[in-house]
Ligand binder design. Structure first.
Ligand code: SAM
Length: 245
């Protein structure tokens, strides 16, 4: 008999108590994985459509192949693996994938191959998992020898207004977006997942800093409610055309 509920890991972290659990979900009739941080649900393997769309929509806005891509927020790994799988005319879009996560425990789950896409993620020679604070990295100028990222795909906070940690808030301001833009190649793409509907104030920030900013509403079937749920994926392209400063 399979247990209905299993706690796979529990860690005290700077962001609150982190729990990974696996349980049977009667609404879908199979096992799902869930991550809780403090009292909030951070991620469930039941809902991955928009996490994957973050990668595919962000990469659709780039051109070429062999791209250098950064993912902020590893979680269950769906955004990262969707980026690794992305192809153009049968050629893999991504040449190198760096994934930054602040919580060492999350990286260890994948290294221990605990999650459904862990093996695909960690066995791919293009993947580098880095334990760091994405927001601190974006505040710093890129190292002088850095190539720059063709795309930065971010899914850490619930939305630009609802953050996991107050230290994240500044990134979503115009100055924060300009700091992030320094890490992109000319014409590189920034994409962001959000649990909230498109936010006019944040779109104005994006349009002030980037070109072609768009908010995509991603609808998906919610087997638990029997209805449709929605997330938002913002996609914006760097307007810098000159050398990095
Ligand atoms: C919602 S999950 C990401 C889900 C992911 N898109 C997926 O497909 O599974 C958010 C992740 O951000 C990480 N995180 C939280 N604060 C962070 C920070 N300051 N820098 C980098 N990662 C952070 C959490 O540990 C968590 O793994």
């Amino acid at each position: 008999m399979i247990a209905r509920f299993e706690e796979l890991d529990w860690q005290s972290t700077p962001l609150g108590d982190l729990t990974l659990r696996r349980r049977n979900e009667p609404a879908v009739g199979h096992e799902i994985y869930e991550v809780k941080l403090g009292d909030e649900y951070l991620m469930s393997s039941l809902f991955t459509v928009a996490e994957e769309a973050l990668a595919t929509l962000g990469l659709d806005a780039t051109s070429g192949s062999g791209l250098n891509v950064l993912v902020g927020g590893l979680g269950l790994g769906y955004t990262a693996v969707a980026a690794l799988r992305d192809e153009r005319a049968g050629i893999l879009t991504v040449g190198a994938l760096t994934v930054i996560d602040r919580l060492a425990a999350v990286i260890r789950w994948h290294e221990r191959r605990l999650l459904p896409v862990s093996t695909e993620l960690v066995d791919d020679p293009r993947t580098a998992l880095v334990c760091d604070d994405f927001f601190a990295v974006m505040r710093m100028p890129p190292p002088t020898d850095a190539m720059g990222y063709d795309a930065i795909l971010l899914d850490v906070d619930h939305s630009p207004r609802h953050q996991l940690d107050p230290s994240h808030g500044a990134l979503y301001s115009a100055d924060g977006m300009r700091s992030l833009d320094r890490h992109l190649v000319d014409g590189g793409v920034f994409a962001l997942w959000s649990d909230d509907p498109p936010d006019a104030a944040y779109m104005a920030v994006l349009r002030g800093v980037f070109d072609d900013a768009e908010a995509h509403v991603i609808d998906f079937a919610n087997a638990v409610t029997g209805g449709t749920s929605s997330n938002t994926v913002y996609v914006a392209r760097s307007r810098r055309r000159g050398p990095l400063t």
